[in-house]
Ligand binder design. Sequence first.
Ligand code: ADP
Ligand code: MG
Length: 610
Amino acid sequence: MADIIQLLPDHVANQIAAGEVVQRPASVVKELVENAIDADATSIKLIIKDAGKTQIQVIDDGKGMSDTDARMSFERHATSKIKSAEDLFQLQTKGFRGEALASIAAIAHVELKTKPDYQDLGTAIVIEGSQVKSQEVVVTPKGTSISVKNLFFNIPARRNFLKSNTVELRHIIDEFHRVALAHPTIEFIMYHNGGELFNLPKTNYRQRIVNIFGSKTNEKLVPVEETTEIVTISGFVAKPEYSRKTKTEQFFFVNNRFIKSAYLNHAVNAAFDGLIKDTYHPSYFLNLQVNPESIDINIHPTKTEIKFEDEHTLYAIIRSAVKHSLGQFNVAPVLDFESDQNLNTPYNYKDKAASAPGIQVDRNYNPFKESSFKSQGFQKSPQPHWESLYVETATDSNDDNFSNIEFESKAENSVLFDDQHKEKKQSTFQLQQKYIVSTLKSGLLIIDQYRAHQRILYESLLKSMTVKTAVTQQLLFQLKLNFSKSDMEILKELQTELEQAGFVFASFESEYLEITGVPFNVSDSEITIIFEQLISDIENDVPEANFSATDLLAKSMAKSLAVKRGQYLTIAEQDHMVNSLFACKEPSVSPSNKATFITIGTDKIDRKFI
Ligand code: ADP
Ligand code: MG
């Protein structure tokens, strides 16, 4: 048989390898900025168009390249950073594989301009899909400028796979934060679609953090310093009261390289144990300097995990260093054993017998009536008749998969029980303030109140947002909310949708939001929750490529506004919830596709009694 093995042509091999290095625009940003740092740049400019889908450009004032090096830099395994395998264990640079430029040039239109200090003229190279289109001598300042356009132009599948601009920009900003935090002594400037997003002058670490995350950050930071034989730790943690719902302000750097480590993250969490709520995460910015020989970073180029020689000791050191700082800066609660208890008790209570605190429940409180119930969409009606709001959806729903849900007729079950609620016969009860239980002809119906309410709100919000019937209530006092610049970028992308939902903004500045109006039925205390949830939803569950901002906002708001598990519901509220749920288009699942209710057939119950 004839030989059949062939070597792949270079450009095909490059294209395949490129997939590993370049997953999205943010990967290009990371590689180019790291190259600029390796070239000893003191100032780096990042210019982004359309979240990197149209253009990514990095301009540095580093050492530049000679014309031969400029041409060589696009070859696979071309690197100036290591010469032998031993060098791998003493790495001081970010790059070393010599793959990035070759990979990027294989799948994009690249324009390089570069000039070393010792030459008067520089080199310009245009390269598209690994093909060199031109190489010229040009006038250009010292340093390097690389512009990458039309990423994945020759791999349509990859291009289509890119997420929305909101998501891709988020990834770029994340990368930008990571390198900018690791190098406070380098100036970084970032532009997006012509506007300046970040302008970070050369400074110290603390100031760099503040410049990135906003002026309010300064008061939150507590320094952490520790020097031991195996590691030198420096950096900051945020005081416990500033912990966040998201994990976005958690940074570990090892020898100035951003890394992720669930294990070391656990060490910091352990230091905060008992100081913050379970669902919150501490913010930290910690630099670890270790002997390069004690770590192994020679793994996948895009991975941020590294291996440590002595992870357990490192864990213990980090935990105690953070604990020590929190203690030293008096942020841990102080137990005062010295003081005399009697002195702390108001004298007229001193000899009084203790009595159990009373519990007051407003039995008439009905969140489904009046303004406190939010499921009415944002349609203002003084005496809400939810039925009328759901007329269309109710008919739609008949052909759905729950059409076999038939409630037991109320006349039948009223005989056994006293009718305590004059206006309504009890057909539901609440189980552990989590579930609403009701009877069906065929058995039992158990509804998850949180998920069910999310479904109801979601459909109603979606409707008012798409039909643009949202009703706004003006705030008495305009509300100013502070966000980091990157969070503001996320919110800006959603401005139209937020306005459709009923929000009115007085200003959309780079670090704060002024709100003058909110959707009807959203209370003051819920506004911050809605925005925090929204940011955390985008950061944590990266939406699908075909995601719609309206849908995301409706889901997120429904999550914020829904009655939570653990909330007491009156009979009327339970009843209302059941009816509203089954008037939905898709009552059986929550907006995030989880079951809203289950049924247990009488036959199954019968079998239990055999
Ligand atoms: P690596 O960074 O792993 O060496 P790259 O493909 O990223 O591989 O870059 C190849 C080479 O091109 C680098 O080793 C460096 O010599 C040169 N180079 C790349 N970017 C720059 C830059 N901004 N300034 C100076 N030289 C650069
Ligand atoms: Mg590189």
